[in-house]
Design a protein around this ligand. Structure first.
Ligand SMILES: Nc1nc2c(ncn2[C@@H]2O[C@H](COP(=O)(O)OP(=O)(O)OP(=O)(O)O)[C@@H](O)[C@H]2O)c(=O)[nH]1
Length: 186
């Protein structure tokens, strides 16, 4: 019997240079680049099979945000789930996570969104954001949470597995079409 198919569109957001593109590239292509090229916008597709379900994923890599960035409706319309990335070596990027989360729920008119909060670059020695603070932020927003290194390929696959699980948890789990308008309602 063919596996059940679920189509999922995921947006990856966060401050500039936190490693969004690197995370996606490591997940999709299995490679890492030390050089930095600011993203305008990009999308990557990949299929994966989890517990007998086939997920066809489209992942949107967005340009780095700051608190003054205007929220782009393309990052909410038709999106099933979110990956919000900060660098554990940047307190400013961590502070951006709640700002971004609030912008998304405000735009969508919902109280929570299927989301995984990611503390990236754990291989760097100069940590500014303790593990517990990341976990606490996720708890306060009913989000999943994980720390990663795209450079050392630590927990990269788990990011997207957690995101897909959050989507299934917060929707019927059966939805295969992206929402036609706005976010998935909670
Ligand atoms: N040490 C380390 N460096 C990383 C890691 N991930 C990304 N980088 C580096 O951080 C810089 C920025 O990475 P990008 O993936 O381009 O970051 P981004 O968030 O997509 O950046 P914007 O496009 O500006 O939003 C690059 O020089 C990467 O090589 C990591 O896990 N560890």
């Amino acid at each position: 019997m063919p596996a059940e198919l679920r189509k999922r569109k995921v947006a990856v957001l966060g401050a500039r240079s936190v490693g969004k593109s690197s995370l996606i590239m490591q997940w999709a292509e299995g490679c890492f680049l030390d050089s930095y090229y600011p993203t305008i916008e990009n999308s990557v597709s990949k299929s994966l099979n989890l517990k007998g379900v086939q997920y066809d994923c489209e992942v949107i890599d967005t340009a780095g945000q700051d608190e003054y960035s205007i929220f782009n409706s393309r990052h909410a319309v038709g999106i099933h789930g979110y990956v919000l990335v900060y660098s554990v070596a940047s307190r400013t990027s961590f502070d951006m996570i709640q700002v971004l989360y609030d912008k998304i729920v405000d735009f969508c008119g919902v109280s929570q969104i299927p989301c995984v909060i990611v503390g990236s670059k754990v291989d760097l020695p100069a940590r500014q954001v303790p593990t517990e603070e990341g976990q606490q932020l996720a708890k306060e927003n009913s989000a999943a949470w994980i720390e990663t290194s795209a450079k050392q390929n630590v927990n990269v696959g788990k990011v997207f597995e957690l995101c897909l699980a959050q989507v299934d948890k917060q929707t019927s789990g059966k939805q295969t079409e992206a929402p036609a308008k706005g976010c998935t309602l909670m």
